[in-house]
Each structure stands twice: as C-alpha cells, then as structure tokens.
Ligand binder design. Structure first.
Ligand code: MN
Length: 293
C-alpha cells in the first residue's frame, strides 16, 4: 500500500490514479493531533489493531492535481546516519564513517511535504541536498538483531536530509525548519522485499547529482536498525534517514530538488532563499560587555 496525507490531514491509500480516503478506517476517530492520522494508524497497528480498509465505499479523489502533504508531519524522532556511503566519505574527505560516528538526531519539527519549499537560513554558507531512503519504524524496537530488524519496519519513503556546511553540530546544521522533506507517501514494507537493493537518484535544477543503489550502504537498513535500537528505543512512526551517497551540493533560490527511489516514489520540493541572512548575524550570542566608565 502507498499511504499519503492530503486535504489538511486526511489519510488516503493510493489506488491507481485515485486517492481513497481511509482516514477513520485506518486511524479510528479523530482528532489526530499534529502527528496526523498515519502516525495514529502505525501506533494502532503496533498495538495489534489491524484494519483492512474497504475501498469500495470510501470517498475517492483524483490523485493528479491533489496536493499531498508530509505523510508523517511530526515523527516521534528522526534518526540520521552520517557518512553511510563510501563515495560520500571520499568526497567529504572524512576519515570516519557511521561505523565510528554512530547516529545523530534531527529535530522532528524539520519535516515538510512534497511541493513545499526548503528555506535556506544563510546567504553565505552552503546548504546542501542529501537524497536518502527513509525508513519508518512500525513497532517498538529495542536491542533487535539485524536478522529480525526488517520485521520492525512499517514502510519506506523518499527523504532529503538538508544540511548546512558550517562548524555547528550536526544536530543543528540538519534541524532547521523545512530541512527534512519526506514523501510523497509511505510505501508499506510488504512492497519492498529488500530495502538494500534500491536504485536512488537525486536531481537538483534538472541535473542529476546523486545516483546510487542502497546496496552500497555501509550500514544497511538491517544493521542501522540493530545498531540504533541498541542505543535508543525506536517507536512506531520514528523515521531513520539512512545516509547519502556522493554528489551533495549547494542549493539556491528557485531550485527544484527531486529524490526518486525505485519501488518507493518520487519526492519533489522547492528552495526559498528569500529570507537567508549572513551567518555572522545569527542571533544568540551575548553582546560584548560594555567597558566601565
Ligand atoms: Mn544525511
């Protein structure tokens, strides 16, 4: 199943070129809060409440022309894998990879959906695209083995891990509002027999910058879940950004960014630099003390 949000927080299953509204069928009665009805559905599935949607009677909307929203607008947490492809390690001249660095966290408030804009914070620091496979956790995972890890996955999505190239901590550089576009939908895990064998492409401004297969991940999806769950409990609806291959590069105002992943989908967002300010003028530092008279 491909599950999307539309119409200000309605949950739809994609059936051909139509969206079938299964909000109450899959998520139960609302309200669903800022995490939305798909998050509620994943939690209910984890709690053993299985819903088989009846698509015959539910309202239908044509998919073309319907604006899709972030399928998980406020995940519980977003875990990122730093330096998880050897070619990206080489291009950044890093000496370490995910194996030494472990994982990092991105703010869950950084999510946007298809068609929205990445907002660039600084006009004198590079902000790069990182096209990645996103993994959505389906049930509570703590200290799970790599062999059993895929049974904890609800589904997969296209994800951009947008990153400022500054000296700030990773969790800061990757957590600006709008810095985690996801979508356009979640594909349930039953449609992806092996997440470590998917072609991934990322285009910026019509030019392909990144092209890989998830077979080249240093920590594959299984190992990432096993490792992460040895550090922190993963909950239904948590998202893992699996890492980016070589080809990261700066974004500019008006760019269109596309991530296309085999069997998963195609996510497209824009870039807005109209509010970017100089890095040196970012707020928060104490003014210099005034000398005594
Ligand atoms: Mn990344």
């Amino acid at each position: 199943m491909r599950l999307a949000l539309f119409g200000h927080g309605r949950l739809g299953v994609i059936d051909g070129d139509e969206l079938v509204d299964v909000t109450e069928q899959l998520a139960g009665p609302g309200p669903y809060g800022p995490a939305g009805p798909l998050h509620r559905h994943i939690e209910q599935l984890a709690a053993g409440k299985v819903h088989q949607p009846d698509l015959t009677t539910a309202p239908r909307t044509p998919l073309p022309g319907t604006a899709l929203e972030a399928p998980l607008p406020l995940p519980g947490k977003i875990v990122g894998a730093p330096v998880n492809y050897l070619d990206h390690k080489a291009e950044m001249e890093y000496t370490t990879s995910v194996a030494e660095l472990g994982v990092f966290l991105k703010a869950n408030s950084s999510v946007i959906g298809p068609g929205q804009d990445i907002v660039l914070p600084y006009d004198d620091k590079r902000t790069d695209q990182e096209g990645e496979l996103g993994v959505v956790i389906g049930r509570t995972a703590s200290h799970v083995t790599a062999d059993e890890a895929l049974s904890y996955v609800f589904g997969y999505t296209c994800l951009l891990d947008i990153t400022v190239r500054s000296d700030e901590d990773r969790s800061t550089r990757k957590s600006f509002d709008t810095f985690t576009p996801i979508g356009p939908w979640i594909v349930t895990a039953d449609e992806i027999p092996d997440p470590d064998a998917l072609d991934l492409r990322c285009d910026v401004g019509g030019t392909t910058r990144q092209r890989t297969n998830t077979a080249d991940l240093i920590f594959g999806v299984r190992e990432l879940i096993a490792y992460t769950s040895s550090v922190m409990t993963l909950y239904p609806g948590d998202v893992i950004a699996t890492g980016t291959p070589a080809g990261v590069g700066p974004l500019g105002h008006g760019d269109r960014v596309v991530v296309d992943i085999e069997r998963v989908g195609r996510l497209e967002v824009g870039v807005d630099a109209s509010r970017a300010t100089p890095y040196g003028r970012r707020p928060g530092r104490r003014p210099a003390p005034t000398p005594p008279n």
